[in-house]
Design a binder for this molecule. Structure first.
Ligand code: FAD
Length: 417
């Protein structure tokens, strides 16, 4: 009996020792593994920071001024009425890297059009070494019930431009950028073709095994319009910290919930509040002006600091600044704007929205491009008076000038136009 008890005690002690040794070994392994993971993460951050520094250096050293010839080397259909265009330098030299979220400005000479047309298109992929650029363009169709024409340039790109064609392009620019080296949790909210700059950000973050918490809310009409669906589904499989919520506002019979999309309807604040565990994210929004305005206001009311809400507008309608950021109110209706070169004086009644719109509707010819304060085509010298910007232009105009597409008068104004 005593002998058996002795065996039990010895066996128990041996098991305890083995367990304790195993515990020490396992703790060591876990520590080594977590140290290795941290080291990998650190390495990746250093690499991404270096890439960002390289891109910033490239943008200043290798950037070009004016328009440069880029060749369309690949044209790919992405969805109904959406094509991507891959571009390289026509002279075979490398192109500068850019920051995810930036855009290119194009000048098109379209047969039958008296003047060249200037348009901006966001870069829709992650920057690569050697510089191949990609843009993705959605045809603007005329609304059924309006007397508007379909989009000129977007139609031309989708229908006419082919591989081998050469386009006139100004270098990458824009301040709607994200830092791929940051690990701040991030929310990307895209409406329709507004996916392009956000996809560039997403691809750049995923380029090097991201462990960053990323949410992508992507609203489109239905499967037919769901550009980059396969690519995004692939990323979703690869990256456990990437959460994708796809919304179809008008799903058709072939749209299967859970397979093609996650949520019927539009991306709205209720959906964000339901999906996100907190407001502790930096939010990037790009899509139709109405969606962005509603969401930006909603996020602000939800308690997201203005600095953590970044928006990009693709067209004339831009997102208003939050009340705390707005400048002094524009002039009261009734002030005069003198267009000196055209020898015309017009009265500002506030309904036109911008000096450019007022000029156009009264036969004063002003140059214009993006209508969103990006491309600088509508810049006009101010001879007397001051202007305001109800929405902030992406690129601040030189002192003594204004961007007519965004500016409103603060009082009597004399313009060199
Ligand atoms: C920074 C930035 C990035 C962009 N990125 C992309 C992108 O990645 N992909 C993309 O597809 N687009 C993008 N855009 C939008 C793009 O630049 C063009 O605005 C778009 O392709 C439409 O151009 P268009 O020549 O086809 O249309 P337009 O011919 O300019 O017309 C557009 C619509 O406006 C109406 N319209 C035109 N002029 C007037 C007027 N005076 N009064 C009333 N209505 C008028 C037209 O009838 C038509 O319905 C971006 C824009 C900006 C500013």
């Amino acid at each position: 009996m005593l002998e058996t008890l002795g065996y039990v005690i010895v066996a128990g002690t041996a098991v305890q020792m083995v367990l304790s040794l195993y515990g020490t070994w396992r703790r060591g392994c876990l520590e080594r593994r977590s140290f290795a993971a941290e080291a990998r993460l650190f390495e990746r951050r250093v690499e991404l920071s270096l890439r960002r520094a390289e891109a910033e250096r490239d943008l200043t050293v290798n950037a070009w001024s004016g328009f440069r010839k880029l060749k369309v080397v690949r044209k790919v259909r992405e969805a109904e009425d959406v094509h991507s265009f891959e571009l390289t330098a026509h002279n075979g030299r490398s192109l500068p890297r850019y920051l995810p979220g930036q855009f290119l400005t194009f000048q098109f000479r379209i047969p039958g059009r008296a003047k060249p047309l200037v348009r901006c298109y966001s870069l829709s992929d992650a920057p690569t070494d050697g510089g191949r650029y990609r843009i993705s363009v959605k045809r603007v169709v005329a609304p059924d019930d309006a007397a508007c024409d379909p989009g000129i340039v977007s139609g031309y790109l989708n229908d006419v431009v082919r591989e081998g064609d050469i386009l006139d392009v100004r270098g990458p620019t824009g301040s709607f950028i994200s830092d791929p080296a940051s690990d701040q949790p991030i929310v990307l909210i895209a409406g329709g073709i507004g996916i392009t700059p956000l996809l560039s950000m997403l691809n750049a973050m995923c380029d090097g095994q991201t462990e960053r918490e990323i949410w992508l809310f992507y609203g489109v009409r239905n499967r037919g319009q769901h550009a980059f669906a396969e690519h995004i589904a692939g990323l979703r499989q690869l990256y456990p910290t990437l959460h994708v919520v796809t919304c179809y506002s008008r799903p058709t019979e072939s749209c299967v919930p859970g397979r093609h999309y996650d949520w019927p309807g539009r991306v709205d604040l209720a959906l964000l509040k339901n999906a996100l565990p907190s407001t502790n994210y930096v939010f990037y929004l790009c899509g139709p002006a109405a969606m962005m305005e509603t969401l930006a206001d909603g996020l602000h009311d939800w308690g997201v600091p203005a600095n953590d809400i970044r928006v990009e507008a693709f067209g004339a309608a831009t997102v208003r600044r939050q009340p705390s950021e707005r400048p002094a109110p524009a002039a009261e209706p009734g002030v005069e704007i003198r267009f000196d070169r055209s020898d015309k004086t017009l009265t500002w009644d506030g309904s036109a929205g911008s000096i450019l719109a007022l000029a156009e509707s009264n036969g004063v010819a002003l140059e214009s491009g993006c209508r969103a304060g990006h491309c600088g085509t509508c810049v006009v010298a101010v001879k007397a008076g001051t202007v305001d910007y109800p929405a902030e232009p992406a690129v601040a105009p030189e002192p003594g000038t204004c961007l007519a597409c965004m500016a409103v008068p603060r009082g009597r104004l004399v313009l060199d136009a």
